[in-house]
Design a protein around this ligand. Structure first.
Ligand code: ADP
Ligand code: MG
Length: 734
């Protein structure tokens, strides 16, 4: 064991971070805020907190240190703490521990705690001065998540009250000017990495070198996601249009003079808005056949295009041949056994190919990668304040992210990076990604400001690192007033308080609370979880008719896209218990991964609802009316309001009209889009996608009496006289 300890020590000392140990410790002791940047893998997350801990032990003050290190994801908080405990030859829950929602490995002597940003925010709710904490480390700060930006404002306020508290911000790529000026000149320490040089090939070089020809036809994928995205991304919000326009302008200006005629012709066929599966396939073949050994990492936009591409590659004679290629996927919600495969070396002569989302950009390091294929895009939530709508859209990544992706190829030897877009397009990218606070709806963060009693919402947000504009803030406040989370004076209501505790957006939180009170918890949890995760029905233009037919089998002509999800989930759960869950999914065009994600989120939601006292630990108590579809519709209505439209049946043509704007169309994957007429006056919807027209992704038809539930009057008929017991709650909500 001591040999292992010695080896571990040697390993730790070999990390680039170690050379800066003393510089870091000195800076931390002399400054209240310190910024640390360094290549992924250099040892920031695992080493830096240990240096602080060890220096304290060396100085003999011992037990006074208490470090909190936040991680943007649950998964990283858990794996990192496990690694650090192992490095120290300890068990988790000793000097090192972690705390994430629903899981806690923290002992009485824990001095270094890895947790999610959400956990630190909760701690601040109980103790605004963070009593007893000596160091707060915020990791991966470059991701600029909503919670992290929010936390920075809170901590900035706290620093003068706690002059002994130390704040350290760490990241792979960091806009140090921005952060340093926010924290009045905090010093930045850069840890030089020991990565090998990586050669960049932009699209024009790839075309020239491999003689691949782009045509207008070979750029769509088999499953049609791109087509859909193209339509949806056009004209969404001003920022999006600006980006698209600047790419078009630069393409027109570029002449590519030094390239062959074929390459130039090809480039005119290149479609900036499509992902080009065939091009990816071609580059993969090129590497597998012509280049030296080494794993290939492909950066895709999101989970569904990874799955579609994986399916396409499986059918390929070379890339689908398991004796030559080991094809893997890597994304945030992956099970840990799948994760292990990614780190494992393939057998001799087999090429490892990993299709990944941007989790592989900074949080996960695959050591044997030599080739990176970068599609230049990621899916991010865009919020359009003018239309007050948000959706997940593909967008170009930042230059910082490109650099990060490229760096993944140079960890073990010199690498190659294939960028599937021309260099002139790269030049138009932003230096850094737009932070979430500038591109996401602000409802949840406004609730948080109120529940932490941080004063006026607009004033607080104006003090963030990059402050949002007035319109999105006003929209969020107005929305919270409409749903009854804030009163006219912007004070938190009773409902608002509970909504701020639940780990879902306010509208879904409201559904959960109503679901629990009205005894329909089980189906409502399934609906909420699927709205959070994604639609489990896999419908695309290739399989459309079959998939819609499969989906409608879960509908009893109830004119709903949500109720079929409940039935599909319950049937899958049953099939899963009989060991044929996967097969069941394949037969019914359902996604196995989505079902598993919904299942796990349901468990988390149930736990939190029990904790807050809304759900009875005897689940049957919370499910007295789960069979009553009318009540479920009413609850959805209460949650989704004002996402409501009226239905007008006009001969064979159904029209949907929203409360605020005009006509809307239903997305063709919605069952209601295929109905000749709908015998309900209203329909609620959860997702609204903007493009040239307004599309509703899903809808559930509801009756007049369901509408009354959010209007302040409750139709007593529908609750079987059980209202007396619930009257107290109703006063409290309305
Ligand atoms: P950074 O935070 O700078 O990206 P880390 O502290 O996470 O770097 O990791 C430093 C090094 O420790 C990595 O390069 C890797 O070699 C090693 N390492 C980290 N986590 C693990 C793990 N779970 N298993 C094995 N090695 C790990
Ligand atoms: Mg790290």
């Amino acid at each position: 064991e001591s040999l292992d300890g010695q080896k571990m020590l040697e390993f730790r000392r070999s990390l680039p971070c170690y050379k800066k140990r003393d510089v870091i410790l000195k800076a931390v002791s002399e400054n209240q805020v310190v910024l640390v940047s360094g290549e992924t893998g250099c040892g920031k997350t695992t080493q830096l907190p240990q240096y602080i801990l060890e220096s304290d032990i060396e100085m003999g003050t011992g037990t006074s240190i208490s470090i909190i290190c936040t991680q943007p994801r649950r998964m990283s908080a858990m794996t990192v703490s496990e690694r650090v405990a192992a490095e120290r030859g300890e068990k988790l829950g000793g000097s090192v521990g972690y705390k994430v929602r629903l899981d806690n490995m923290k002992g009485r002597n824990t001095q270094l705690l890895y947790c999610t940003t959400g956990i630190l925010l909760r701690r601040l709710l109980c103790d605004r001065n963070l009593g007893g904490v000596t160091h707060v480390i915020i990791d991966e700060i470059h991701e600029r998540g909503m919670n992290e930006d929010f936390l920075l404002v809170v901590l900035k306020d706290l620093l003068p009250r706690r002059p002994d508290l130390r704040l350290i911000l760490m990241s792979a790529t960091l806009d140090s000017m921005l952060f340093s000026s926010y924290f009045s000149g905090a010093p930045t320490i850069h840890i030089p990495g020991h990565t090998y040089p990586v050669r960049s090939h932009f699209l024009e070089n790839i075309l020239e070198k491999t003689r691949y020809r782009l045509t207008h036809h070979n750029q769509t994928d088999h499953f049609g996601h791109e087509k859909k995205w193209r339509i949806q991304s056009r004209g969404f919000g001003n920022k999006k249009t600006q980006i698209t326009t600047s790419v078009e302008v630069c393409l027109e200006a570029a002449s590519f003079k030094e390239y062959s005629l074929e390459t130039r012709k090809s480039l005119t066929c290149w479609d900036p808005e499509s992902l080009g599966f065939n091009l990816i396939e071609h580059v993969l073949c090129h590497i597998v056949l012509n280049e030296r050994l080494g794993a290939i990492l492909v950066f895709m936009m999101g989970w569904d295009d990874i799955m579609s591409l994986k399916n396409q590659l499986h059918m390929h004679p070379l890339l689908g041949d398991a004796s030559r290629v080991m094809l893997l996927a890597c994304h945030g919600s992956m099970a840990s056994f799948e994760q292990e495969l990614i780190f494992r070396a393939p057998s001799d002569g087999v090429r490892k190919i990993v299709l990944a989302t941007n989790v592989a950009e900074t949080s996960i390091t695959i050591n044997d990668v030599v080739f990176v294929i970068d599609c230049g895009k990621a899916k991010e939530t865009s919020y359009d304040a003018v239309n007050n709508a948000s959706c997940l859209l593909p967008s170009w990544i930042s230059k910082a992210a490109v650099q990060q992706r490229r760096g993944r190829a140079g960890r073990v030897q010199p690498g190659e990076c294939y960028h599937l877009y021309p260099r002139c397009v790269y030049e138009t990218f932003f230096e850094y990604q737009l932070p979430e606070i500038l591109r996401m709806p602000l409802e949840s963060v406004c609730l948080q400001i109120k529940s932490l009693q941080l004063g006026n919402i607009s004033e607080f947000l104006s003090r963030s690192l990059q402050a949002p504009e007035a319109l999105p803030v006003a929209n969020a406040i107005r929305y919270l007033k409409i749903i009854g989370a804030l009163d006219e004076m912007e004070n938190l209501t009773g409902l608002g308080h509970y909504l701020s505790v639940l780990p879902v957006e306010p509208k879904l939180g409201k559904m959960l609370i109503f679901g629990a009170i009205f005894g329909c918890l089980d189906p409502v949890m399934t609906i909420v979880a699927s709205l959070c995760v994604r639609d489990p029905f896999m419908i695309s233009h290739i399989n459309k008719d079959l998939a819609i037919r499969a989906k409608s089998q879960f509908s009893t002509r109830d004119f709903s896209d949500h109720l079929p999800v409940v039935r599909a989930f319950n049937s899958w759960k049953y099939a899963e218990m009989q060991q044929f869950g996967d097969e069941y999914c394949h037969r019914n065009f359902l996604s196995v991964q989505t079902m598993k994600d919904i299942d796990s989120l349901r468990n988390q939601l149930f736990f939190v609802l029990k904790e807050t006292g809304f759900a009875d630990s005897n689940i049957n108590q919370s499910n007295r009316f789960s069979h009553d579809e009318h009540i479920i519709r009413a609850i959805m209505c209460a949650g989704l309001f004002p996402g409501l439209c009226s239905i007008m049946n006009k001969q064979k043509n159904i029209m949907f009209k929203t409360v605020e704007d005009g006509l809307v169309s239903l997305c063709s994957s919605s069952l209601n889009a295929h109905e000749p007429s709908i015998p309900f006056p209203w329909s609620v919807f959860s997702g609204k996608w903007k493009s040239n027209a307004v599309f509703l992704l899903d809808s559930t038809a509801v009756s007049d009496s369901a509408i009354l539930l959010f209007g302040g009057k409750i139709s007593r008929g529908h609750t079987d006289g059980h209202l007396t017991m619930m009257d107290g709650y109703i006063d409290f909500f309305m």
